[in-house]
Design a protein around this ligand. Structure first.
Ligand SMILES: NC(=O)c1ccc[n+]([C@@H]2O[C@H](COP(=O)([O-])OP(=O)(O)OC[C@H]3O[C@@H](n4cnc5c(N)ncnc54)[C@H](O)[C@@H]3O)[C@@H](O)[C@H]2O)c1
Ligand SMILES: [Zn+2]
Length: 649
C-alpha cells in the first residue's frame, strides 16, 4: 500500500463506518470492511508517522447522530482487537502470557448487536447511553425503558454501570424486514443493524413494538470489591439480567479452543446472532496492568467466527417448477464460500418479494447462509448499481412445458398436470420421508427413471421390473433389488401417509392424520361438512380436498387398489344414545366445544359444523343463535347441554 492508497482506504472506511454506525445501513459486509481495516492497520504499523488521526483505527465508533441528547459515560467504553484464526489467537495469548504467565481467562460469546451502557444509582435505572465514540453517546433512556429485559430497578444500591448488547432475534428481524418491504422502506441488512436502528428510533413507542433484548457482558464504574471480572458478572446476572448461553473461566489455549468449537456449533441454534467469542483476562489487577491502546483494552480479544454474510453478484435468475406447479425464482450467484461451502444459488421466494426488494440481475447483494438453511438474499447494495442491471420479468410461460402460467400475485403457477417438472417433483415428494418413505428413491433416481421413460406417473413405480432397472446406468443387481423391495414394502402403509403423499394443497401431515383417525379409509367421498367437522379444518382445506378428489378420483382409486393403505386401529366405541348420530354443537358450554366433541366422537358420534336435514341432534349451550333456529325450522331434535350430560350418566 502506498501512502496515497492508504489515505484513500481511510476515506473509504470512514464512509463505510458512517453508514454503519450512524445510518445503520451498511454499504458493504463486515467481511469487506474488516479486510480493508486490517490492511490499513498493517500500513499504520509500518508507517506510524503517516497515521491519519481521523482513521477508524484511532477511534471507537464514529461521530454522533443528531436527534438525541448527548450524554457522557462515567468511564470509557472501548472497542476490541479481533483475531480470525487459532494462530492469531495464540499470538495474542502469548503476548499476555509473556508478562502474566498464570492468568485465568473469562469467556463469553460475542453478541452481534448494539452496545449500551446502563447507569444505575440507588437501585434505579438513571440513564441509558449508546457507546457512541466511547466517551459520549446518545441518551436513549426512554427507549431503553421499553426493553423488557432491562431492569428499571435492581437490588444493588451503589453506583454501577452495567454494559451489554441490545439484540434482536433472528425471527423478529425477519418480521420487521417483511413489514418494511411492504411499506417500501429500506431493509435492514442484518439483526445487528436492525437492533441498532431500533434502539435509536426517536419514538419510544416504535421501539417498544420491536422486541429488543438486552444482554449484559460487562461493567464500567462500580463499587464492588471483587478480585475477578467473572465474579462481578455473576453478581450482575444475579441481579436479574439475561444470562449468556455459555460463560466459562479457564486457563489454557486448549480449553479456549474447545469452547470456541462448542460455541460455533451452537451458533445456528441460538435465537440471536453471535459473531464470535470474547476472551478477557479475568483478574482486575492484571487488566489494569495491561492497560489500553487508543481504541481497545489490551486484555480483551474478540475471536471472530467465519462470516455467514457475504456480498456477491446476481448473475442470472432461473425458474424452478415445483410439484404443485408453483414457480420459484432462484438467483444464480457469483460463487462465494460461506463456512466452507460454496454457495452459487439463493432462493428469491416469489415474484412479489423480488418486486418488494427491487432485486435485479447484476445487483450486488448481501447473502446469508447459516446452518442448513437455504442461502437467502437479505439486502441489495444499491450504491453498487451501474445502470446496466436488468429487472426480473414475471414469466407468463412455464419454463419447462411452455404452457401458459396462472399469475395469482405472490404465486405464479404452471397449471399443466402433465408438466414434466410437476410430475417428477410429485413423484419425489410421494417417495419422501414424510410420505411413503421409499428408501433409495431420491431426486436423482426419480429423474433418471422419468427421463428413461420407465415411469410417467406414480402408479408406474409399482410395475417396475428387475430388467427395467438393470438397463439404467449405475444400477447393479443389488441396488435394483433393494429399490424394488423398498417399493414393494411401501404397500400397506399407514393411511395418513397415503393421503399426505398425494400432495393435496393445504393438506399436510397433521390434516392427513386427522382425516384417517376419524374416517379411516373412507375419505374419498367426504363432504365439506364432514371435513369441516375435523379439528383445525377450515373451508379452504375442505374445498381443496374435495376438489382434488373430484379431479383425481380415478387416480386415487387406482393407487388405493395398488397400495392398500391401512386404516388406524379404531378405539373401542362407548355405546350411548349418541352412537352413530350426526350432531351439531352450538352456544357456549361448560367445557370447550373441542372437548365435548372429542367425548361424543369416542361414543361413535359424528360432530359436524352446520345444521342440515342430515343432522340428528343439535346440542345447545347458552346464547345459542342461528344454528338453534335452523334446527327448529328443520325439525331437528334439540337437546340442552344438561340433558346431554343426563343421558351420558
Ligand atoms: N459493514 C460495515 O460497513 C462496517 C462498518 C464499520 C464496522 N463494522 C463492523 O463492526 C465491527 C467493529 O466495530 P466495533 O468496534 O464497533 O465493535 P467490535 O466488533 O470490535 O466489538 C466491540 C463491541 O462488541 C460488543 N460485545 C458483544 N459481546 C461482547 C462481550 N461478550 N464482551 C464485550 N463486548 C461485547 C460490545 O458492544 C463492544 O462494544 C467489525 O466487526 C466490523 O466488521 C462494519
Ligand atoms: Zn409446466
Amino acid at each position: 500500500m502506498t501512502k496515497q492508497e492508504y489515505l484513500k482506504a481511510v476515506e473509504k472506511l470512514k464512509k463505510w463506518a458512517y453508514a454503519y454506525y450512524i445510518e445503520d445501513n451498511p454499504l458493504v459486509t463486515d467481511e469487506v470492511y474488516d479486510k480493508l481495516y486490517h490492511e490499513v492497520l498493517d500500513y499504520e504499523k509500518e508507517h506510524p508517522e503517516d497515521i491519519d488521526f481521523t482513521s477508524p483505527t484511532q477511534r471507537v465508533g464514529a461521530t454522533l447522530k443528531d436527534g438525541f441528547q448527548k450524554a457522557k459515560h462515567l468511564s470509557r467504553m472501548w472497542s476490541m482487537e479481533d483475531v480470525f484464526n487459532a494462530k492469531e489467537f495464540e499470538e495474542w495469548m502469548a503476548r499476555i502470557q509473556k508478562n502474566f504467565p498464570n492468568e485465568r481467562y473469562y469467556i463469553e460469546p460475542k453478541f452481534d448487536g448494539a452496545s449500551l451502557n446502563l447507569i444505575y444509582e440507588n437501585g434505579l435505572l438513571k440513564q441509558a447511553i449508546t457507546r457512541g465514540n466511547g466517551v459520549e453517546g446518545e441518551d436513549v433512556t426512554n427507549n431503553a425503558r421499553t426493553i423488557q429485559s432491562i431492569r428499571l430497578e435492581i437490588e444493588h444500591k451503589g453506583l454501577i454501570e452495567i454494559r451489554g448488547e441490545v439484540l434482536m432475534t433472528k425471527q423478529e428481524f425477519e418480521r420487521i424486514n417483511e413489514e418494511r418491504a411492504k411499506l417500501g422502506e429500506p431493509l435492514f441488512a442484518n439483526p445487528r443493524n436492525a437492533a441498532a436502528g431500533s434502539l435509536r428510533q426517536l419514538d419510544p413507542k416504535t421501539v417498544a413494538k420491536r422486541k429488543l433484548i438486552f444482554q449484559p457482558w460487562g461493567v464500567g464504574v462500580h463499587d464492588l470489591t471483587l478480585e475477578y471480572l467473572s465474579e462481578v458478572m455473576d453478581y450482575v446476572y444475579n441481579l436479574g439480567f439475561r444470562k449468556p448461553p455459555i460463560r466459562r473461566v479457564c486457563e489454557t489455549v486448549k480449553e479456549i479452543e474447545a469452547i470456541y468449537d462448542e460455541l460455533r456449533k451452537m451458533r445456528d441454534s441460538l435465537d440471536v446472532m453471535l459473531d464470535g467469542m470474547v476472551v478477557k483476562v479475568d483478574r482486575f489487577a492484571a487488566q489494569e496492568a495491561l492497560g489500553y491502546t487508543v481504541k481497545s483494552p489490551r486484555w480483551i480479544v474478540a475471536y471472530k467466527f467465519p462470516a455467514v454474510e457475504k456480498q456477491t453478484r446476481i448473475k442470472d435468475v432461473v425458474l424452478q417448477v415445483g410439484r404443485t406447479g408453483v414457480i420459484t425464482p432462484v438467483a444464480v450467484l457469483e460463487p462465494v464460500e460461506i463456512e466452507g461451502v460454496i454457495v452459487e444459488r439463493a432462493t428469491l421466494h416469489n415474484f412479489d418479494e423480488i418486486e418488494r426488494k427491487d432485486i435485479r440481475i447484476g445487483d450486488m447483494v448481501i447473502i446469508i447462509r447459516s446452518g442448513d438453511v437455504i442461502p437467502k438474499i437479505i439486502k441489495v447494495l444499491e450504491h453498487f448499481r451501474t445502470g446496466n442491471e436488468k429487472k426480473i420479468e414475471r414469466p407468463n410461460e412455464c419454463p419447462v412445458c411452455k404452457s401458459e402460467l396462472l399469475d395469482e400475485g405472490a404465486l405464479i403457477k404452471c397449471q399443466n398436470l402433465n408438466c414434466s417438472a410437476r410430475v417428477v417433483n410429485s413423484i419425489i415428494y410421494f417417495a419422501s420421508k414424510q410420505c411413503l418413505n421409499i428408501d433409495g428413491l431420491g431426486e436423482k433416481i426419480v429423474e433418471q427413471l422419468y427421463n428413461e421413460g420407465l415411469i410417467k406417473q406414480i402408479e408406474d413405480l409399482y410395475s417396475l421390473t428387475m430388467d427395467d432397472l438393470l438397463k439404467l446406468e449405475g444400477f447393479k443387481e443389488k441396488k435394483a433389488k433393494n429399490l424394488l423391495k423398498a417399493i414393494e414394502n411401501s404397500k400397506g402403509v399407514e393411511c395418513w401417509r397415503f393421503i399426505n403423499s398425494l400432495g393435496i394443497e393445504h393438506i399436510g401431515e397433521v390434516a392427513s392424520k386427522k382425516i384417517c383417525q376419524t374416517y379411516g379409509l373412507e375419505f374419498m367421498r367426504l363432504s365439506k361438512d364432514e371435513l369441516m367437522a375435523l379439528d383445525g379444518f377450515g373451508e379452504e382445506m375442505a374445498e381443496s380436498f374435495i376438489e382434488f378428489m373430484r379431479v383425481n378420483g380415478d387416480k386415487v382409486a387406482r393407487l388405493l387398489e395398488i397400495i392398500q393403505p391401512q386404516a388406524p386401529e379404531q378405539e373401542e366405541i362407548q355405546e350411548s344414545a349418541f352412537t352413530s348420530k350426526t350432531i351439531v354443537l352450538t352456544g357456549s358450554m361448560s367445557k370447550s366445544r373441542g372437548e365435548i366433541k372429542a367425548m361424543l366422537e369416542k361414543m361413535g358420534a359424528k360432530v359436524t359444523g352446520s345444521v342440515s336435514k342430515k343432522t340428528d341432534i343439535v346440542i345447545y349451550g347458552e346464547d345459542a343463535g342461528s344454528k338453534y333456529e335452523k334446527a327448529k325450522q328443520l325439525g331437528v331434535t334439540l337437546m340442552s347441554e344438561d340433558e346431554m350430560w343426563e343421558r351420558i350418566k
